[in-house]
Design a protein around this ligand. Structure first.
Ligand code: ADP
Ligand code: MG
Length: 349
């Protein structure tokens, strides 16, 4: 009998497809299962990650400017490299282009990619270009490097470690809600001008995210080495569960500690959405989620832009969110699952 892909889900599918690929080269230190693979060739290790963006699934060109699209496509890869505590160095860019795009359109995407490369010091070293029957496809592979033993994986969290997150959460998701609403209104009217005043931050978080190189540098400067780390592409819930699963631990995080920007809160109220749900499951924040030993508490407390949201527990205790009134709610991944039909147009990764 044939199996529906939606029965397995994204991660179930990846596991099933890749389970019969043993690692045979001594240079392959870490294969599938982290933000990037780690390869060992010389004095430093090489990290590799790749991301695929499809028009209609990951982006909607009715409201995403092409230059922003190029920028974001590069940034999401850099973010995965930083999440390994590594530095992005090179990218390759592969494109599938349908006939409705002009040379100038593609140049505009490349202007965005170039901007990201300049800011993060990354070289474009290759790619592939093809015609596409429907829509635009962008696939970027990023290569980075990290000192031996400096890499940080999802698997190193230990009970009593403190769980930290950079920046704030849920803003990119609320930005997307706003863009979709304004786009729907615009479709019915001529000369419609969306009103984005006072909503610049959430729009920027959706359209022009940054990778948290600054946080990696700050932690290094302060002599703090996280025990585990992941970037938040699919939502805090989903990423926390990845750390818990890889590290074989549980966790408690506190609702009132989750960092949320004022504009995000206002927008959630306007949409009558649960703010914590948006912050836990929204995704596309590209912040770093990491754990540090309890001994780093004092140092972390003083750092701007990093919030302690909870702690790691023994695995038996499971993963839970502690609400403001002290109730424990089991954390479930409601992040992006491309193969669940109700999710297809809702979130992207
Ligand atoms: P991220 O969200 O950090 O980009 P993903 O959730 O996309 O990571 O992927 C999880 C892991 O599975 C990664 O190690 C990735 O390289 C691997 N992976 C994803 N898709 C495939 C595939 N089709 N074949 C082999 N490995 C894959
Ligand atoms: Mg990642």
């Amino acid at each position: 009998m044939e199996t529906e892909i939606s029965d397995l889900g994204e991660f179930g599918l990846i596991n099933r497809l890749t389970k019969d690929f043993p690692i045979t080269n001594p240079q392959t230190k870490t294969g599938i299962g982290d933000d990037a693979a780690i390869l060992s060739f010389g004095e430093r290790d090489v990290v590799v990650t790749t991301d695929l963006l499809l028009e209609g699934i990951h982006f909607d060109l009715r409201y995403v400017p092409l230059q922003h699209l190029g920028y974001k496509a590069a940034i999401v890869n850099f973010s995965d490299i930083y999440a390994m505590n590594a530095t992005p160095r090179q990218i390759t860019v592969s494109l599938g282009i349908s006939s409705r795009f002009t040379v100038e359109h593609i140049e505009t995407i490349y202007a965005g990619i170039r901007g990201a490369c300049e800011i993060y010091g990354v070289d474009l070293v290759g790619g592939d270009t093809s015609a596409s029957v429907t829509g635009l496809v962008i696939s970027i592979t990023c290569i980075g490097d990290v000192g031996k033993g400096e890499e940080i994986k999802r698997s190193g969290a230990k009970p009593t470690d403190i769980i930290c997150v950079s920046g704030d959460l849920g803003a990119a998701f609320m930005g997307l809600q706003l863009l979709e609403r304004e786009n729907a209104i615009a479709a019915g009217q001529k000369d419609f001008q969306p009103d984005f005043a006072g909503k610049e931050y959430i729009l920027e978080r959706q359209l022009k995210p940054e990778a948290r190189r600054d946080i990696i540098e700050l932690l290094r400067k302060e002599g703090i080495k996280p025990t585990s780390m992941i970037d938040i592409s699919d939502g805090l819930s989903s990423e926390l569960l990845h750390i818990c699963k890889s590290s074989e631990v549980g966790c408690r995080i506190y609702e009132d500690k989750i960092p949320i920007d004022y504009q995000t809160a206002l927008m959630a109220e306007e949409f009558n959405m649960n703010l914590v749900t948006a912050a836990m499951n929204g995704g596309e924040d590209y912040e770093l989620l990491f754990t540090v030993p309890l001994t780093a508490h004092e140092k972390i407390e003083k750092l701007k832009g990093i919030t302690m949201i909870g702690y790691i527990t023994k695995p038996e205790l499971g993963a839970a969110l502690v609400t403001r009134d002290g109730q424990e709610i089991t954390i479930r991944a409601q992040g992006w699952n491309a193969f669940r039909e109700d999710n297809v147009s809702e979130l992207s990764s």
